[in-house]
Design a protein around this ligand. Structure first.
Ligand SMILES: Cc1ncc(COP(=O)(O)O)c(C=O)c1O
Length: 363
C-alpha cells in the first residue's frame, strides 16, 4: 500500500461532473474576471462564516497584504504574530511595509496570548492571529487585549475554514479576516485564490478598491493598489466545493478521532485538541523526539507525511534582519524539531487509516 500525504485528484474524481459543468458555464458566460461567480462566492462564503462582506482576491497572501493596507498599517508599524506559520503570513506583513514581532506559541501550536501584552510598543498596530492546523487562537483573550490597547486584529484563517470557538467561526472575531483557497486547503481551488471578510463596510470598500489598482468606479486610482482579483473559473469551482465543506471537515474530524483514540505509542505526542467538533483538522500534527527515525520508517512503509513547519521563520535567512536568534522563541524552535504531519484528507479510505494507525503503533 502507498498512501499519499494529500491527493486532490481523489476528490476531483467524485465531483468531476459538477466541476466540468461549472467551468463550462463560467467560460461561456462572456465574463472571466470579477463577475457573477465571484459575487456568488463572496456572498456564499461570507454567509458561511457569518460576516457581512467578502472580497475575493488572488491568494491568501494578498488577502493579508490588502487587509493590512485597508486598516492603514504603514511602513515600520509593528504587527504581532508567530514564527510558527507559513512564510506567506510574514511575507504579506513585509509587503505592506510593516515589521513582524514574533511571540512564542503554546502546546496547541497557536500564539501564546499571555505573552502578547509585553510585546506591545507604541508602534504596534495589529495583532495578526494565525489559526494554525485548524485550531483557533484564544480569541476572547486576544479581543480583550486589542480593546485595552486600541489595536486592530486580523485573523489569518488560511487553515481554518469552518473551525470554531463555541458556535462562532474563525474569521468572524476580528476587524478583518483572510482566507486562502490554495489547493491543499480544506476548501481548495484548482489554482490560487483567496478572500477577505469583514463586517465593516468602509473596510470592505477599501479592500475592493485595493484589489483593483486602487480604483472605485472607472479607470481612476484613488489609492495605490494592486492587481489581485479572483477569476470566474476559480470562483465557479469554489461555489461547487463550498457545499461540501462541512461534510469534508466532518470526515477529517472522524479520521482525527481515530488517530487520537487508536494510536498508542509512547514515542508519539498528540496535538492538544480542546474540542474535536470545533477543529477543522487542516493538518494532524504529532510530535516525537524520534522524528528522523519516524521519517525513515514512514518512507519505508510508503506513508506520506509533511512537516509544518520545519524552519521557524525568525531563523530563516530572509528574515535574519529582524534580529531574532536561536533561543528567541524556545517552544517554536523545540517543536520545529519534533513535529510531523500525518495524512488527513477526507478521501483517505478506512483501510488506509487502519494501515497508518497500525504502522505508527508498531514504530
Ligand atoms: C497560515 C497561512 N497563511 C497564509 C497562507 C497564504 O495563502 P496563499 O498560499 O493562498 O497565498 C497560507 C497558505 O499557504 C497559510 O497556510
Amino acid at each position: 500500500m502507498q498512501i499519499p500525504f494529500f491527493d486532490y485528484k481523489r476528490q476531483l474524481k467524485i465531483i468531476h461532473p459538477q466541476i466540468d459543468q461549472a467551468i463550462k458555464k463560467a467560460l461561456n458566460s462572456g465574463w472571466l474576471i470579477l463577475g457573477k461567480e465571484v459575487e456568488n462566492f463572496e456572498s456564499g462564503f461570507s454567509k458561511y462564516i457569518g460576516t457581512k462582506y467578502g472580497i475575493g482576491v488572488n491568494s491568501g497572501t494578498d488577502a493579508i497584504k490588502i487587509a493590512l493596507r485597508a486598516i492603514d498599517v504603514k511602513k515600520n508599524d509593528e504587527v504581532i504574530t508567530v514564527a510558527n506559520t507559513a512564510v506567506p503570513t510574514i511575507s504579506a506583513i513585509r509587503e505592506a511595509g510593516a515589521i513582524p514581532k514574533f511571540i512564542d506559541i503554546k502546546n496547541d501550536f497557536t500564539i501564546d496570548e499571555n505573552k502578547i501584552e509585553k510585546t506591545i510598543t507604541k508602534k504596534t498596530k495589529v495583532i495578526l492571529a494565525v489559526h494554525l492546523f485548524g485550531t483557533c487562537c484564544n480569541m476572547p483573550v486576544i479581543l480583550n487585549i486589542a480593546k485595552k490597547y486600541k489595536l486592530k486584529i486580523i485573523e489569518d484563517c488560511a487553515q481554518a475554514h469552518g473551525a470554531k470557538i463555541k458556535n462562532r467561526k474563525a474569521g468572524n472575531f476580528s476587524d478583518i479576516s483572510c482566507f486562502s483557497f490554495y489547493p491543499t486547503k480544506n476548501l481548495g481551488a484548482y489554482g490560487d485564490a483567496g478572500i477577505i471578510l469583514t463586517n465593516n463596510k468602509n473596510l470592505a470598500d477599501k479592500c475592493r478598491s485595493l484589489r483593483m489598482y486602487g480604483m472605485k468606479k472607472g479607470y481612476y486610482s484613488h489609492l495605490e493598489g494592486y492587481n489581485s482579483r479572483l477569476d470566474e473559473m476559480q470562483a465557479a469551482i469554489l461555489n461547487v466545493k463550498l457545499k461540501y465543506l462541512d461534510r469534508w471537515n466532518k470526515k477529517r474530524q472522524k479520521i482525527a478521532d481515530l488517530y487520537l483514540t487508536k494510536i498508542k505509542n509512547h514515542k508519539i505526542k498528540f496535538p492538544e485538541i480542546q474540542n474535536l467538533q470545533n477543529n477543522n483538522f487542516h493538518l494532524f500534527v504529532i510530535r516525537t523526539d524520534k522524528r528522523d527515525g519516524l521519517i525513515k520508517y514512514l518512507n519505508n512503509k510508503k506513508i506520506g507525511y509533511g512537516i509544518h513547519y520545519q524552519y521557524p521563520i525568525h531563523l530563516q535567512t530572509a528574515y535574519k534582519f529582524l534580529g531574532y536568534t536561536k533561543g528567541s522563541l524556545p517552544i517554536t524552535e523545540k517543536f520545529a524539531n519534533q513535529i510531523l504531519s500525518l495524512p488527513i484528507f477526507p478521501e483517505l479510505t478506512e483501510k488506509e487509516i487502519k494501515y497508518i494507525i497500525d504502522k505508527i503503533n508498531k514504530f
